[in-house]
Design a protein around this ligand. Sequence first.
Ligand SMILES: CC(C)(COP(=O)(O)OP(=O)(O)OC[C@H]1O[C@@H](n2cnc3c(N)ncnc32)[C@H](O)[C@@H]1OP(=O)(O)O)[C@@H](O)C(=O)NCCC(=O)NCCS
Length: 327
Amino acid sequence: MSLPFVKIAGTGSYLPQRVVSNDDLALGLDTSDEWIYSHTGIRERRIAADNESPLDMAFAASRLALQQAGMEPEELGMIMLSTCTGDYNYLPSSACLLQHRLQAKNAAAFDLLAACSGFVYALDLAGAWILAHQKPVLVVASEMLSRITDWQSRETCILFGDGAAAALLLPSAEEGLVYSCLGADGEKGHLLALGGGCKEPASREPRSPSYVEMQGRALFSVAVRAIEQTIVKILQENQLSLEQIDHIIPHQANLRILEAVAKRLQIPTARLLSNIDKTANTSSASIPILLDELNRTGKLKKNDLLLSVAFGGGLTYGGNLIRWLKD
Ligand SMILES: CC(C)(COP(=O)(O)OP(=O)(O)OC[C@H]1O[C@@H](n2cnc3c(N)ncnc32)[C@H](O)[C@@H]1OP(=O)(O)O)[C@@H](O)C(=O)NCCC(=O)NCCS
């Protein structure tokens, strides 16, 4: 019998052990804990060990999500993996590497690139795929921004951290994934970019390293607008008020972005949940890491209404409305 809805049945996350504080960064950079904290809300971030890869992080988070849902990897019909930092450049995809590592032999697998909005994009796609195929989907976000960060650039390196998280989605008799809205604005793609692609032919000459390049100030105001408008759209389309949302889970890019959004929406900043002080910006992993933290610390009650909202490179933006159906 085919089930009419989709729900989240398990979550998992993984953060590398190494903690790098603002004071640690200030040892080799012209910056300070005071500047970083007051401009971003970040105190520390996790940075992967040299022998850890994005796949290792994805695997650890996936195992936990599967375990929590009580599922075996062979039961998966699909793995969708969001990352800007694959183990390889394009091929093989990280999702295929993960499919092999998990021994998820019945799963199709592909990577999805929507930068920091990758998880909210993937949830929407997973929902549609599950309704069509009635099989479980593992959505994973694994990001090792430390590998594409210029550690001499104080404008960017202070912002990012490494981490991964996963969510296991199933066909359901009750409506868990209620609504998603996604958008893009390619005209502003240059605000956050990573070179080293295929627009130029390959060469035997060594290329200069490709680091993520960012126009921080311009991104800031775009982010505030995108997050505010996405929240308002989700509420309007579902005839809800902010008071009816139990947990708002935004992408963790900068606490000041969340403060500005809260001001526009006339709500306390604390309504926009944040763990950025400890994780920094883990790109598309930031929402599912926070979701898993809330889940595992017992903050989510059955039937709670969750709203996720993200923006990121591309530019991309979007959000999901989720009814929490786990006991
Ligand atoms: C990057 C960001 C934190 C910079 O904060 P800001 O308040 O806009 O700071 P500015 O870039 O205007 O720089 C202000 C001053 O601080 C300096 N500065 C920048 N980084 C610094 C650092 N880490 N430590 C100390 N000083 C720093 C600048 O050089 C500048 O100095 P000047 O006034 O002498 O020229 C902020 O713009 C931001 O978070 N943008 C959004 C980025 C983002 O979300 N990216 C990911 C998208 S998913």
